[in-house]
Design a binder for this molecule. Structure first.
Ligand code: ATP
Ligand code: MG
Length: 235
């Protein structure tokens, strides 16, 4: 079970309106695309075009308006709130959720019983080692509400470490996972991420165009609608 090389996900007529938005103002309108196997799909578009709304919908947090057709391996889904989808997916939201606990326990989010060595390896791959070396308690340092504050980029790298710790989840939903990182840190992480992408379905919202050559399909959003779609060479 779960997502495999022959799996297909197909969406058509997917729209979404925030409950407090004006009556006819949709944040997503009539979205359709198909994702297959271990494809790499970029979602691009200007600020406010609907990328995060789309990622939240794919992660099961935003329920599509009526009229949507979503099918997973030919079976209709009403939303992405289905165990078969949720259990095979890792989601890095634009502002990752950091809870009040040690850095190590934050990294163990998907794998509560991961060993210290596995956590340290994931932290290293996510580029956290230099920062951890500056902390008195390293991975045992308490962060989150009422604890030590962390930067946006540190939060994103913790979220990446969570995903790297559980690479068995075949679907990766990333919402601008490198937005807070300087370009050197981002290029270093890219060396880790691109090989990881090879055996995953990746849906990646980004502003940074240097990711696009590594992608199989690019979806350009404009005011909640798809304005262009295809391979980079076709756009
Ligand atoms: P960015 O590149 O800045 O992250 P984005 O493409 O991710 O932008 P979204 O966050 O999906 O854009 O926002 C799409 C539209 O929906 C915007 O007009 C935004 O103002 C609106 N919107 C986003 N979140 C909410 C919300 N919780 N309630 C109402 N409207 C929202
Ligand atoms: Mg966004």
């Amino acid at each position: 079970p779960g997502w495999g090389t022959d799996s297909t996900l197909s969406l058509s007529g997917v729209s979404f309106r925030y409950p407090d938005a004006a009556k006819d103002t949709f944040a997503l309108q009539d979205i359709g695309f198909t994702a297959q196997g271990m494809e790499k799909i970029a979602i691009v578009g200007r600020s406010g075009s609907g990328k995060s709304t789309m990622m939240n919908l794919l992660a099961g947090f935003n329920q599509p308006a009526s009229g949507a057709h979503i099918s997973l391996d030919g079976h209709d889904l009403t939303s992405f709130n289905q165990p078969q989808w949720q259990d095979s997916m890792s989601y890095i939201p634009q502002e990752p959720y950091i809870f009040s606990a040690s850095i190590a326990d934050n990294i163990r989010f998907y794998v509560p019983d991961a060993s210290d060595a596995a956590v340290a390896a994931a932290a290293d791959q996510a580029g956290l080692t230099d920062w951890l070396g500056q902390l008195p308690d390293g991975l045992a340092t308490m962060i989150g509400e009422g604890q030590r504050g962390i930067s946006g980029g540190q939060g994103q790298r913790i979220a990446l470490a969570r995903v790297l710790l559980d690479s068995r989840r075949k679907i990766l939903l990333f919402d601008e996972p490198t937005a807070h990182l300087d370009i050197e840190t981002e290029y270093a992480l890219k060396q880790t991420l691109v090989p990881l992408f090879a055996d995953h379905l990746v849906i990646f919202a980004t502003h940074r165009l240097h990711w696009l050559p590594a992608m199989d399909q690019i979806i350009v959003l404009e005011n909640g609608r798809i304005s262009e779609q295809g391979r980079l060479s076709d756009l």
